[in-house]
Write a protein that binds this ligand. Sequence first.
Ligand code: LR7
Ligand code: MN
Length: 576
Amino acid sequence: MLSSARRFFIRRRYLGWTSAAGVCLLLICIIYVLSTGSWEAPKLRAVANGKYADLKKSRYENRNRHKQGPGEYGAGVFLQGEEKKNADELAKKEAFNIIASDGIALDRSLPDVRNPACKSVEYPKDLPTASVVIIFHNEAWTPLLRTAHSVVNRSPPQYLHEVILLDDASYRDRLGEELDKYVQDTWPDGVVKVVRVKERAGLIRARIAGAKAATGDVLIFLDSHCEANEGWLEPLLARIGENSSRVLVPGIDAIDSETLEYSKNGGIAVGGFTWSLHFTWSPFVPTKWELDQGFGKEWQPLRSPTMPGGLFAADRKYFFDVGAYDPGMDVWGGENLEISFRVWMCGGSLEFIPCSRVGHIFRSSHPYTFPGNKDTHGINSMRLAEVWMDEYKRLFYMHRRDLLKQDMGDISERKALRERLKCKSFSWYLENVYPEKFIIDEKVLAYGMVRNPGSNLCLDTMGKDEKTRFDIGLFHCQNGASANEVFSLSQKNELRREEACLDSVGAEGSKVSLNPCHGHKGNQEWRHHKDSGVIVHVPSGKCLDVSGLKSGDSVQLKKCNGGNDQKWTIEHYLDI
Ligand code: LR7
Ligand code: MN
């Protein structure tokens, strides 16, 4: 039996301990509250997380809620009268129809444009998570937010780590506090974040800043006028989950800049480039790799030599390991080919993933300034040519002699990167990744100026856009000063430019047009005899002729007569 005195002491000691513990608990609570800045008890937070879980789930589940209204199901909006006039006026500045866009719900429904085969693909349940980085400079409100809504609503919440709206120093109304407030009110779970850079970074450095702010497993970059479509995320995450050195481009659909109509881009093409270093589309020909993989159908992964640049996914760690972007590149242009060449040459790969669909508003001009009015595409491309293209940079400068005098800044760090990663040569890239690329001055019979010595007139494109069909001109020979006068006589006996070929129906006295090369000889087959100097159009047997023509006229086709008006020399003969 305990004496009452002892019981008393035990109780006191016990009380002492409990009050000490109580004080400690209180202190821990205060420290917790101070350090987290939150007044919510842990239990309440758990409930709140539960609430967000429901919110996230319902956003995703309601993504296809059918709605009535302009633009629903990706329909176009056709304005009339006064409204159309206003829209056309505003389009001069915005480069798209802002009135139509403002009339469409920010979370409009879209048609599921995937190939039916995509819908039955089963993806693993433990995919990596995505940080979607949307960079913008003075983007209009509705396209920007429609991009964010489409991403949040159409991404399974367990895979969407965050959406980063990276503001590249915008100063347009609404993109400051109003945007912050909209984001907080609309996505209280914090899945969308606004991150701002202090001064205009240009799209390349803006993407680097966005990538640095991201913490998900996979980075997905989008332009700020896109709409992510049904099932867009899983195919990208699954393929990067299997191999982190894959850089992936979704199938890019068109959102019409005039009507905002969403339409599937049905073409099957991959990315190419021109020697003036612009991105182009290139017809898809299944490669050995595709066939070996059992791929080769238009909805399966397609290997691509290059990408357009704005929409792609890469493992976050891989993106930085392979050199992110060249931070010396300004504003716009060139980074898309730079990262394409680099990824292939340094051991990675680039694929188009047609089961993942994302729309993009194609605008005909840039609705923002280029500080200092610099040709940033030209100078950025010069940096990439110097670092990655080895001796093939000659073909870039052939088109851009003007740049030889330009200052491109310091490229030593990018050269060191190429050394460090032990990247392969550009000729390896051409041979293995893009064997169908036409190289103006290699594996050809002859190339350079095509001159009629008697008149000193040369064949000349007159600077016309070679994607359109036009008649080939004649101009005073520029002696290498102009890429407009560089033609190649190919091994297939085409007289051609990079992508377009001289083409004729062969009528007496007719002009000769420049058409896309079809590779099947026919009206595009020419023979040049070095000794006699004639250039004969094979199907008609007629000769290229300058009689009665002057600089500025179009060259003609006439019955062969052996005269000086039908004699030609090609500047460099390789194999003739
Ligand atoms: O200084 C700038 N800061 C920016 O943040 C300039 C632009 N930007 C943002 C801009 O708000 C936009 O979100 O950068 C993004 C791209 O600018 P756009 O939309 O004017 O470019 P674009 O669509 O005309 O050009 C394409 O080529 C560019 C080359 O530098 C970029 O790689 C673009 O991302 C790219 N867009 C696409 O690839 C979209 C799909 C095209 C296809 C098919
Ligand atoms: Mn764009």
